[in-house]
Design a protein around this ligand. Sequence first.
Ligand SMILES: [Zn+2]
Length: 144
Amino acid sequence: MVRNDAEKLPVSAKEIPQELRGLRMTKQRREVYSVLLRNRDHPNANEIFQRVQKGMPTISLATVYNCLDALVEHGLINQVNFDREPSRFCVNLAPHVHFQDKKTGVIHDVSFKDGCQITDLLDLPRGAEVSELELTIRGFFKGS
Ligand SMILES: [Zn+2]
């Protein structure tokens, strides 16, 4: 089933240890990770770059990409793709799907109701184990 170990991970920048899941948290990685923890709006690499630059004006876009790659590789963030847009990054490692507001483009994390799993809704082939889940639902908010 989908990994659910979000509870072991830091929830704010202050809680980021020297090393996370075997990844040494350099100043740059820490800053990139902090930006993602602070604002969970699924930014793309360019948006992350702009945010990181505020606290670290000399950082390059290439470094931000390298940091993101390392964080993804160590399972600290997820890279998510919506349509043909540039990849976005999500720090929420708990099983969830995305709801994209078609009016504003904002992407919201949607968790499963207590006790529900995606596999309850699907007629998966016999023996199939879900290891990754990427599902985006699009719609509007009533009254908006
Ligand atoms: Zn997400």
